[in-house]
Design a protein around this ligand. Structure first.
Ligand SMILES: Nc1nc2c(c(=O)[nH]1)N[C@H]1C(S)=C(S)[C@@H](COP(=O)(O)OP(=O)(O)OC[C@H]3O[C@@H](n4cnc5c(N)ncnc54)[C@H](O)[C@@H]3O)O[C@H]1N2
Ligand code: MOO
Ligand code: MG
Length: 397
């Protein structure tokens, strides 16, 4: 293993060398998570016409302003009808939320403030609660949200609920997004057995791939397959050569440290993968390996096999989460010159601070210690004492 690099250098190298997996067009009907890859502009003014905001009556504000309070009702206008015209300023239309304001009208009085009476065919709306309405009250003016061609969403935004609603509103039936990587997670290790088999004392059930896949899915990477390869350089080489063609991101766990059976770094190098990281000054996760098979545009991560190490490395380096900040609730000490990823249980205080209670694990194989936690904080390498009340980057699971 070469000299250890810092967490910041590792993050920078990944950012620099991670392949660009291009773009793809998705159908609006396939709504899913993703990153927008094109600018989205307003296809017309929003709203496209003066839009009614309250069910009630539409009339000429000048008449109201001249103290007229009773208006003959000429008809009823629903949302979805083309624009009408009020020619008699002493009259009004009943009108519904979402309808287009008729020409000749410039105020809407809600039903709550009027009374309607009938004399034969004639129907009269009388304003009974006067709220000193201004011109255009209860009307959402044309173009008051956005003008034609204004940029609504920029490339790079995360497609969340509001974004998909905007895409639908502007008629984007097809949208260009960043292509998500096809991901395979491969477990390695002679000691591993499938989950449904009873383990002997020298065996452990394969658990890392399930934890990693769950985190990938919950952070917007749905396309994840699982696999296993034995600790055998020939099998590992064959596995890599086959899978680098099928996937964009190959995540292996285990087999990247200094052991006699940690073959993967050699296997990858001999298969032409350019190595950018092997060893980061951090705990857990020190033996982290990262490289790129430039011929196939495949990113290759070797996550250290200890379960807490692989999960922390996935979150810190592959998911590229933007951290929040959280305050420690108790003092914590870690004296080695390594960045320390400390599992924490978080909660939000009544004054809107995220509080992080440390749940240190005994070692990086102690996966069960993560049960009460919901993420980890990153404690810098150049300090040993971390005080209650201090804030640090917080990465939720
Ligand atoms: N001489 C040294 N030894 C070790 C060093 C070192 O710097 N010098 N680093 C240690 C650290 S730190 C870690 S972390 C581990 C990482 O080792 P590997 O990536 O080679 O992982 P393995 O040896 O294959 O496994 C380690 C441990 O994790 C368990 N494991 C692996 N895969 C799974 C899985 N899919 N599900 C559940 N558990 C898994 C495995 O059984 C081992 O117990 O190396 C240290 N050694
Ligand atoms: O860093 Mo290893 O990940 O301590 O167990
Ligand atoms: Mg090992």
């Amino acid at each position: 293993m070469p000299a250890l690099i810092s967490v910041e250098t590792a993050v920078e190298r990944i950012k620099t060398h991670l392949p660009d997996w291009g773009e793809e067009s998705v159908d609006l009907e396939q709504v899913r998570s993703g990153i927008l890859a094109e600018p989205i502009t307003a296809d017309r003014a929003y709203p496209a016409a003066h839009r009614i905001m309250m069910d009630g009556i539409a009339l000429a504000w000048e008449s109201y302003n001249h103290d007229q309070r009773a208006f003959k009702i000429l008809g009823t206008i629903a949302a979805g009808e083309p624009k009408r015209t009020l020619t008699d300023p002493l009259a009004c239309y009943e009108i519904m939320t979402g309808a287009v304001l008729p020409d000749g009208c410039d105020v809407v009085i809600p039903y709550e403030d009027i009374q309607i009476s009938s004399e034969g065919e004639l129907r009269i709306a009388e304003i009974v609660h006067d709220q000193a309405w201004q011109r255009m009250a209860n009307i959402h003016p044309q173009g008051s949200d956005f003008n034609l061609s204004e940029v609504l969403l920029r490339p790079g935004v995360v497609l969340n609920g509001p974004a998909w609603g905007i895409l639908a509103s502007v008629g984007k039936a097809q949208v260009i997004i960043k292509r998500l990587p096809r991901i395979q997670i491969t477990a390695t290790g002679q000691e591993l057995i499938p989950v449904h088999q009873p383990p002997q004392p020298h065996q452990v059930r394969i658990s890392n791939p399930y934890a990693l896949k769950a985190s990938l899915i919950s952070h917007g990477f749905p396309d994840v397959d699982l696999d296993y390869v034995a600790d055998d350089p020939e099998l590992m080489t064959a596995h890599f050569q086959q899978q680098t063609v099928n996937y964009d991101l190959l995540i292996y766990c285990g087999g990247v440290s200094k052991g006699k059976f940690d073959y993967l770094p050699t296997v990858w190098s001999q298969a032409g993968v350019k190595n950018y990281i092997h060893g980061v000054a951090q705990r857990p996760g020190k033996p982290l390996w990262f490289g790129v098979d430039h011929m196939h545009q495949t990113a290759v991560f070797g996550l250290p096999g200890n379960p807490v190490s692989s999960l922390v490395c996935l979150h810190r380096y592959i998911l590229q989460q933007r951290p929040m900040f959280a305050q420690l609730t108790t003092d914590f000490e870690f004296t080695k010159p390594l960045t320390y990823f400390l599992p924490v249980q978080s909660h939000v205080s009544s004054d809107a601070r995220i509080l992080a209670t440390p749940h240190p694990m005994k070692n990086s194989g102690d996966f069960m210690a993560l049960a009460p936690t919901d993420g980890f904080v990153e404690l810098p390498a150049d300090r040993a004492i971390f005080k209650a009340g201090e804030s640090f980057p917080f990465f939720p699971w």
